[in-house]
Design a protein around this ligand. Sequence first.
Ligand code: HEM
Ligand code: HEM
Ligand code: FE2
Length: 439
Amino acid sequence: MKYESQKVAKLYFIGALTLFLAQVLFGLLGGFLYVMPTGLPDFLPFSVIRMIHTNALVVWLLMGFFGCTYYLLPEETETELFSPALAKLQFWLFYIAAGAAVVGYLFGYYNGRSYLEQPLYIKVGIVVVALMFLFNCSMTLLKGRKTVISNILILGLWGIALFFLFAFYNPANVILDKMFWWWVVHLWVEGVWELVMASILAFLMIKLTGVDREVVEKWLYVIVGLALFTGILGTGHHYYWIGTPGYWQWIGSVFSALEILPFFAMVIFTFTMTYKGGRDHPNKAALLWSLGCSVIAFFGAGVWGFLHTLAPINYYTHGTQITAAHGHLAFYGAYAMVNLAMFTYAMPQLLNREPYNQVLNMWSFWIMTSGVVFMTAALTFAGVLQTHLQRVMGFTYMDAQAQLGLFYWMRLGGGVVTVTGVLLFIGSLLLPGSARKVR
Ligand code: HEM
Ligand code: HEM
Ligand SMILES: [Fe+2]
């Protein structure tokens, strides 16, 4: 770590980890209610638990991205951050807004638009936070060295803010409502977030493998080109049954099937760099997370996405547990893991503990990842059965659900393993005991 201002990242990483823990605990509670629908207090129905689970996910991932950016930008631009004080203020505003949103949810202040349930004043707060962040980063970029990595990263982050503006546009017409809802949700995870993911991985590859920047940059261009070429029109895979014209079934099927390409390219990229790179970097755990990220993202987003993305298949699987299986593995592989890779790389430096004991961290990688993979498998079986019973045999929704209990128990089991992995991960980075030398 060369620059003093990189230290603000620590605040973001720790904040993100607390929300990650909250996210999986609420997930566990939701998974428990699925198999034991016992009476919880009125203010905590399943819908609110689910909302806190998904919102906490998105907030900690964004908080992680902010931290990753503050960490890597000074090294890329070879200059201190424009204003570390503004970065700290921005953190607390964001963290407090997230907390206020959760308290509001418990008292019924939310609307029914999935992921965008936040009341108006929280949404305005989010925009203020985003503007503070973009101002700070853009000013840093302008005064420093401009690299492909930092340019693409900042482009992706501007894109995140820009598409969030559609959260304010909520037309009364249900078809238009859904159309624009996907401009936030889909164009985030299958568009601009991919730019952020690819540039963070590119940074990690340069640091961990020692491969020349020129080589990494060429890969980055290819990945970003593929992501935008396929992801933008790929939005069509959400326009099959919402009242939009029939040609979307063709556009959505063709372009979203191609969305597997950028994820495949990221696997080839990380493995080729690791193979070619001569550097024997001491932080093996960070490399493990980086490689794991590209692989699990390829399966979760690419393969599990492809599974249900063609219109004739989605006709049957739409909104079943297949969707939930895909949602879990994709979010985990692509965006949770890229953050965890960066935390694993940066935290030992930020806490002055390098080289540190990585055994616990690597265990957490295998335990957490096995947990999510197992949950995904259980949900996939549940989804296939649900699709058949409900959409082929004509069972009602609840009659089909009654057949799926075993798989929901398995999901809960996988969830317990996942939470164990998360606790180990947090311990491996934050507990003073992990400061032992490895080599
Ligand atoms: C990291 C990237 C991705 C993430 C985080 C992600 C996440 C999600 C989530 C959470 C949903 C459920 C949305 C909802 O209805 O509330 C969803 C739906 C869907 N995703 Fe992805 N996804 C990703 C990439 C992909 C890719 C690459 C494909 C295609 C190859 C794909 C295909 C689909 C389809 C077809 C649906 C609609 C499912 C339905 O009809 O119920 N996704 N995705
Ligand atoms: C402790 C482990 C976890 C458990 C037990 C769990 C459980 C659940 C439950 C019960 C739901 C609601 C499903 C429904 O409405 O039918 C859900 C939704 C969701 N969870 Fe988790 N979860 C866990 C961890 C995670 C992780 C690690 C991620 C991503 C990094 C994640 C991402 C999501 C997403 C994106 C949704 C919305 C899915 C959709 O709309 O289809 N969860 N989870
Ligand atoms: Fe999508």
